[in-house]
Design a protein around this ligand. Structure first.
Ligand SMILES: *Cc1c(COP(=O)(O)O)cnc(C)c1O
Length: 507
């Protein structure tokens, strides 16, 4: 392809992307293809002779788009939002045009310098203490591929720090702490690094938040048997229910355990720190006071196209001491002098994409106010959904809604009383059926979860085009499916007169 052909194909691509976004609303959220569908359309080997690009571009429309789940669809309420903005697309386009592995300062000074500046911008946007900024000269931020990579990098850093101060530690005694609500990032890190993991049980009564006693008891238990917990992965906004670990409690406990590195996984909820009114529920003060590292995915609810996981550390030396490998061919004058950041020592790989460009484009084009409006709008829409649920005869919230996430289930209310009188098992069966019915539809997408044995359905808001109408439609669809499921299940539901044996978080 020469420059003129690229110009033509590029204009067509932009036109088609605009058309895709324009028509998104009329498409169904989920695709109807069957597993293996693509094999029927794409040969097993690449073509011997190069093909005309127009044919290739048309095949994208014909075969790829029909196999997509449309995460940007306004009726996508599954998993978590996956940001997509035109500014982000353009950032990726420019970045791609100069493909540059940016592993150290010299390999492209602009890539490193823009990343340090926008990570300081982002820290500022979220209200993080200047200790986490590059300007502090001690802390700093780095863009990682995912929250999982961020956890892996900090676990390695925490392990190195611990072993440096406790050189006689038996590696088998090291333990990573998580809770029963921590994302699988914790277990994955343990698996990859061959470390033990302790998942501390958190309770529905505490809204699935890690509290002081649970943490202290675990630490005391482990001390007795000689195990060495060296990092705690605390969560601000858990995946199942948006639960927030109590960082004030954790701060109290770690005063007695200074070798416990505290990493905050705020992959989904962290962007809500941009709005001052949510900073206190998300424990910003404690984050700023003591945590060692924090990760916030801008590629979820934060308007920056995948991938962009922001990781800040209070002491960047702890990260670079653990990950620095500088063979002779990577040495540079500036790196040796310590006057520049060499990002290859801040993550697992060597090369890295120029992702700060899209963050820069998005934050400039939206401004702080535009960013906050997006967050607030999703939360208001979620409140609209939860007020419909609260007023409904079929649905109940299972936990207190967290920002733009509501977790609910179908609980038939009896006339004149709100008390649940069905066994957990019957309700779980009923809700599995409701969820199966919802999953069979193509016009909406939701995901399931289980909270201490209670089967629930998650409703996650955040796509940029979702509006009140989509929330009302979603509610209507859910109630319609709940009603048909209830008809089938009513006879199977055994009522019992005693109060339910379930423990459900107080709403
Ligand atoms: C989404 C999410 C993750 C995983 O994020 P990746 O970037 O896909 O690794 C981890 N923790 C929480 C709380 C999340 O919401």
């Amino acid at each position: 392809m020469d420059v003129e052909q690229f110009r033509k194909a590029g204009y067509l691509a932009i036109d088609r992307i605009c058309e895709y976004h324009h028509s998104l609303q009329e498409r169904s959220v989920l695709s109807t293809v069957k597993p293996g569908y693509l094999k029927d359309h794409i040969p097993l080997a690449p073509p011997e002779e190069g093909e005309d690009f127009q044919v290739i571009a048309d095949d994208y429309q014909k075969y790829i788009i029909p196999g997509l789940t449309h995460w940007q669809h306004p009726s996508f309420f599954a998993y978590f939002p996956a940001a997509c903005t035109f500014e982000g697309i353009l950032g990726d386009l420019y970045s791609s045009s100069i493909t540059n592995p940016g592993f150290n300062w010299t390999s492209s000074p602009a890539c490193t310098e823009l990343e340090t500046i926008v990570m300081d911008w982002a820290a500022n946007l979220l209200g993080l203490s200047s200790a986490f900024s590059h300007t502090s000269g001690v802390g700093g931020g780095v863009i990682q591929t995912s929250a999982s990579d961020s956890v892996l990098a900090v676990v390695v850093a925490a392990r190195t720090r611990y072993l440096k101060d406790h050189p006689n530690t038996n590696l088998e005694d090291l333990v990573i702490y998580t809770t029963t609500q921590t994302h699988s990032v914790g277990s994955k890190a343990a698996l990859i690094l061959g470390l033990q993991l302790r998942s501390i049980e958190v309770k529905a009564e505490d809204e699935f938040s890690l509290r002081e006693d649970a943490l202290r008891n675990a630490l005391q238990d482990d001390a007795k048997i000689g195990r060495k917990p060296f990092i705690l992965i605390a969560t601000i906004g858990s995946t199942s229910s948006g639960a927030v670990d109590n960082l004030a409690d954790i701060r109290e406990v770690v005063q007695d355990y200074p070798y416990l590195w505290v990493h905050v996984d705020a992959a989904w909820a962290g962007v809500a720190l941009s709005c001052p009114e949510f900073r206190s529920v998300l424990h910003l003060q404690d984050i700023n006071a003591f945590v060692n590292s924090i990760c916030v995915n801008f590629h979820k609810w934060g308007l920056v196209n995948f991938d962009c996981s922001a990781l800040w550390v209070r002491d960047r030396k702890k990260l670079t001491e653990a990950l620095d490998i500088t063979p002779i061919f990577l040495r540079t004058k500036q790196g040796d002098a310590g006057v520049v950041v060499d990002y290859r020592n801040w993550h697992l790989g060597l090369g890295r994409r120029f992702r700060s460009l899209k963050v820069w484009f998005v934050l400039r084009s939206y401004g702080v106010k535009g960013f906050q409006n997006h967050i607030r709008k999703s939360i208001v829409l979620t409140q609209k959904f939860t007020s419909l649920v609260n007023a409904s005869d079929e649905l109940s919230l299972v936990t207190r809604p967290s920002l733009a996430l509501a977790v609910f289930r179908v609980v038939p209310k009896r006339e004149g009383e709100n008390q649940v009188t069905f066994s957990t098992e019957s309700l779980n069966n009923l809700n599995r059926d409701v969820f199966a019915r919802l999953s069979a539809r193509r016009d909406i997408m939701l995901t399931q979860t289980s909270l201490n044995g209670i089967f629930c359905i998650r409703f996650a808001v955040g796509a940029t085009r979702t509006n009140e109408g989509h929330i009302q439609d979603a509610y209507n669809i859910i109630v319609e499916e709940a009603k048909s499921a209830l008809k089938t299940w009513k006879s199977a539901l055994e009522t019992c007169d005693q109060a339910s044996n379930e423990v459900v978080a107080v709403i």
